[in-house]
Design a protein around this ligand. Structure first.
Ligand SMILES: [Zn+2]
Ligand SMILES: [Zn+2]
Length: 274
């Protein structure tokens, strides 16, 4: 399998980091996990267009993970020569979110159908809501979901992708929890969104301090990875936005959690193959 970290940013705007999005290529399938800011641009950089995706998975409905879901829907629909519905799996609430997104797009959908004689169908989006269990299975690719803990945002899920005996876990935003441990058991790759509590604490904003209790620190991610016996830990969605040259500080904090395996500090379009 090939994992491309399309977007490694957080809600904080960055010129170099798009919002949360990850591409997994497994067998004949291209699978997208989350649709943050700039996802369609980063897909293009990775050699993929929205119409080439087999399926989309959403970890949760926070804006930094779904804000360009609408662009994905529109671009897939407007560029497809035939009706090519998007299929999406996400936590409970995903159907309602999709309905609202399509409602937001009504004006544009009307303009394009009125303008193009050969475009006479609405964008289709078929949603499957999951919380725990097998989320998707096709051609030897299996995806398992489990609940994560990002409260007060609830429900949230993480995903384990399996193909030819290898596994990649996309945890999303979560603190250590039982569901995550289950997904991670002996996984080859564990992708965790992380914060640096020492740096967050220095930001003079009460609102910013609220993020401490619903994100994994680097040390917690290291401890979770160590407990589960994973091979490679990938740090993404780093908060605050990391200063160039500080990567080793983040990795040192992972080591403080007891993890001795490979650590990848992700930037946009970092690739990990297993
Ligand atoms: Zn979140
Ligand atoms: Zn997030």
């Amino acid at each position: 399998m090939k994992l491309t970290l399309l977007g490694t940013g957080s809600p904080i705007p960055s010129p170099d980091r798009a919002g949360s999005a990850n591409l997994i290529e497994a067998g004949p399938h291209r699978l997208l996990v989350d649709c943050g800011r700039g996802v369609v641009m980063r897909l293009a950089a990775a050699g993929a267009l929205p119409g080439m995706l087999s399926h989309v998975f959403l970890t949760h409905l926070h804006s930094d993970h779904v804000t360009d879901f609408n662009d994905l829907i529109t671009t897939r629909w407007a560029m497809s020569p035939v009706d090519n519905p998007l299929t999406v799996t996400g936590p409970p609430g995903t159907q309602r979110f999709t309905d609202r997104t399509l409602a937001m797009l009504e004006d544009d959908i009307g303009y394009r159908i009125a303008h193009h004689d050969d475009l006479n169908w609405q964008p289709g989006v078929n949603v499957d809501e999951v919380h725990d269990g097998v989320a998707w299975e096709r051609d030897g690719v299996r995806v398992v979901a489990a609940p994560t803990d990002h409260r007060p945002v609830d429900p949230t899920v993480g995903y384990r992708f399996e193909h030819e005996g290898r596994s990649i876990v996309l945890a999303g935003d979560t603190i250590p929890c039982e569901g995550l441990d289950r997904l991670l058991a002996n996984a080859d790759v564990y992708v965790q969104t992380v914060i640096r509590p020492d740096l967050v604490a220095m930001v003079p904003s009460a609102r910013f301090q609220d993020i401490h209790d619903y994100h994994s620190s680097c040390e917690q991610a290291g401890a979770t990875a160590s407990k589960a016996g994973v091979g490679t830990l990938v740090l993404t969605h780093q908060v605050p936005t990391p200063m160039p040259g500080t990567e080793q500080e983040w990795i040192d904090q992972v080591r403080a959690g007891g993890f001795t395996g490979e650590v990848v500090f992700a930037h946009d379009l970092t690739v990990v193959e297993v």
